[in-house]
Design a protein around this ligand. Structure first.
Ligand code: TYD
Length: 215
């Protein structure tokens, strides 16, 4: 598997704590890029391919203690590998823009941080089985209390990580900001407290700049 980011297209990921408004912004960015004539593929993790969506159900539904932390890392990574092989890499090779709602940074945070320090395991497995990073990662930074309110406002069966509570969400927020520093060349931090249109506008500006920059 290639270890270079994108072959021809542009690989963009969105990251942030639960309820940060990512999904809305993914849709807005896709509409913006399509309106300027780009071929855009919108996808998400865990999931995005048939097999990975099956794994999504395994990790996000049912008893939260169903899997050990290590098994969970393997499942998320297995889903990601399938997603890359079947959807992301082919789309990038075809010159498309891929927008992915969460990618490996979510595993670095959620699995790497939430049940002890498993970040080295996440990174080793990533190097071995994934080896791809987005060209651009948009971190929607958000006050965890606000984020939690938004996340809890939604009904659904995928409760697993939204039950974390404010304290862990605060650790996640700090973790994501630290990750943005660690991978500063590809991360852009967006203030999620702005109104939705302002967030969308800022993201469009960042992505338009990335598209015109030499790659
Ligand atoms: P998502 O559908 O993006 O939920 P939200 O819109 O609330 O952000 O992600 C589902 C959950 O899966 C989310 O709580 C984060 C978690 N997750 C991990 O724990 N590890 C991962 O590698 C990924 C991609 C997601």
């Amino acid at each position: 598997m290639s270890t270079t980011p994108a072959e021809n297209g542009l690989f963009i990921s969105f990251e942030g704590i639960d309820g940060s408004g990512k999904s809305t912004q993914v849709t807005r960015l896709a509409a913006h890029l399509r309106s300027s004539g780009h071929d855009v593929v919108v996808t998400r993790e865990p999931g995005g391919s048939e097999g990975a969506e099956e794994i999504r159900a395994l990790v996000l539904q049912g008893d939260p203690d169903r899997w050990s932390a290590e098994t969970e890392i393997l499942l998320f990574t297995a889903a990601r590998r399938d997603h890359l092989e079947r959807l992301i890499h082919p789309a990038l090779k075809a010159g498309k823009i891929v927008i992915c709602d969460r990618f490996a940074d979510s595993t670095r945070m959620y699995q790497g941080l939430s049940r002890g320090d498993l970040r080295p395991v996440v990174d080793q497995l990533h190097d071995l089985m994934i080896g791809t990073e987005p060209d651009l990662t948009l971190l929607i930074d958000m006050d965890p209390v606000e984020g939690l309110k938004r996340a809890k406002g939604r009904q659904g069966v995928e409760e697993r990580f939204e039950d974390f509570g404010a304290e862990l969400q605060a650790a996640m927020r700090a973790g994501f900001l630290a990750l943005a520093k660690e991978y500063s060349e590809r991360f852009r931090v967006i203030d999620g407290a702005q109104d939705m249109n302002a967030v969308a506008q800022q993201i469009a500006t960042v992505v338009d700049a990335a598209l015109t920059a030499p790659r």
